[in-house]
Design a protein. Structure first.
Length: 115
């Protein structure tokens, strides 16, 4: 069974930065797409950023210019660098991997941004 394990969350002041990591139990190059989602308190889980096996990236408008998704296939790891964080970025962040019709999720890591 594929496992995705996130880390790097925490409490940060507005304007600060965090880097989330997602380590996969299998090669990240085997996934068609890897992504980060987030779920704010009391709200639905939404897509934040994606990166394809070829390295193409996409972002939701609210994080463009602040967040950067990247992958290191040698380390089986996907990152989300988050800069200039704002209180509205507070959420549980989930790593997601898609391999053809199968979708895998991590357990999530909490990010809290104080004003």
């Amino acid at each position: 069974q594929v496992q995705l394990v996130e880390s790097g969350g925490g409490l940060v002041q507005a304007g600060g930065s965090l880097r989330l990591s997602c380590v996969a139990s299998e090669s990240t190059s085997s996934f068609n797409v890897m992504a980060w989602y987030r779920q704010p308190p009391g709200k639905q889980r939404d897509l934040v950023a994606t990166i394809s096996s070829g390295g193409l990236t996409s972002y939701v408008d609210s994080v463009k210019g602040r967040f950067t998704i990247s992958r290191d296939n040698a380390k089986n790891t996907v990152y989300l660098q988050m800069n200039n964080l704002a209180p509205e970025d507070t959420a549980v962040y989930y790593c997601n991997g898609r391999r053809f019709v199968k979708v895998y999720w991590g357990q999530g890591t909490q990010v809290t941004v104080s004003s």
